[in-house]
Design a protein around this ligand. Structure first.
Ligand SMILES: Cc1ncc(COP(=O)(O)O)c(C=O)c1O
Length: 285
């Protein structure tokens, strides 16, 4: 049977899942989205994802055309309709169809699209041996332009940075902010461990406040690992003992090299491994 997609609450086969070519989500990237995972049939941190979706929509003055509880039910129903137990859910709200001009007031009917599918972002070897990163020359959006805290459909600067990474043979790229400090990767947050302390850029470094990031900070607290949300530079990453990335799709993945500098001893570190293990336990609780 073909994958069932939810469009405005109606499940339709993927061949029939269509929206208007006049939708400003397509024409201008005008809309918001979430990427979530389900483990053992349960959507991990669904409430946090819905909070962030509503916050993103609020920031771009987009009214989500259904109540939160209904949205949660449609996410669950889309998973169930596709018999997905461990999978990935992409939730999109577009501005809706409008005219050929930027004016969002000329759009009507924001579209709610839910796709549930299987995902495997990186090969297993990266989780075991760690991945290599390069720093992209493309910076993360200036918060006064498009605040990275908004998870909008406009991901073009991250895509350009991702291409830079891929051209250099890396599956992820580090992005700096407009001040030259570390922000995050193209689709993941970044962490380092130095002398036993876990650090990650603070939200005012121009990042998406990742839900996996927050879960890992909570896990670290529970494990008694000291944490810090701070300004980080590339130098901090070069000299770190350990480094790893977090994201709903990526989960927790170790990093062992940045811009040809080996991080720590070039292997996933002990704190990274502890956090990775604890994360895998948490998602199945
Ligand atoms: C730019 C960016 N940073 C970080 C993340 C990680 O966020 P989360 O853990 O909520 O998936 C994502 C994932 O969507 C992202 O796109």
């Amino acid at each position: 049977m073909s994958l069932q997609i939810s469009i405005n609450g109606q499940l339709v086969p993927k061949e029939d899942a269509k929206i208007s070519v006049f939708d400003h989500g397509l024409l201008y990237g005008d809309g918001v989205f979430e990427g979530m995972r389900s483990y053992a049939g349960k959507i991990f941190k669904l409430d946090d994802h819905l909070d962030r979706l509503w916050d993103s929509a609020q920031a771009i003055c987009l009214e989500i055309p259904m109540p939160r509880e209904e949205m949660a039910e449609h996410c669950k129903a889309t998973l169930a309709a596709n018999n997905i137990i461990d999978g990935y859910i992409r939730l999109i709200v577009t501005r809706g169809a409008g005219s050929l001009g930027l004016d969002p007031n000329r759009c009507s009917n924001p579209q709610v699209i839910i796709i549930a599918d299987k995902i495997s972002l990186y090969p297993a070897e990266y989780y075991e041996h760690g991945l290599h990163l390069v720093t992209a020359s493309t910076i993360r959006n200036h918060p006064a332009a498009l605040n990275p805290r908004i998870k909008s459909l406009n991901y073009l600067n991250n895509i350009i940075a991702k291409m830079e990474g891929l051209q250099a043979g890396c599956v992820e790229a580090l992005m700096l902010n407009h001040k030259g400090d570390v922000a995050e990767c193209t689709g993941d947050n970044v962490f380092i461990v130095n002398k036993g302390v876990l650090s990650t850029p603070s939200t005012d470094s121009g990042i998406l406040e990742g839900i996996t990031r927050n879960a890992v900070l909570e896990i670290a607290d529970q494990l008694g690992i000291p944490t810090r949300q701070a300004t980080l530079t590339r130098h901090d990453l070069f000299v770190a003992d350990e480094c790893f990335l977090t994201g709903s799709a990526a989960e927790v993945v170790p990093v062992v090299q940045l811009d040809n500098r080996t991080i720590g001893d070039g292997k996933p570190g002990p704190i990274t491994k502890r956090l990775l293990e604890a994360f895998h336990k948490l998602v199945r609780q």
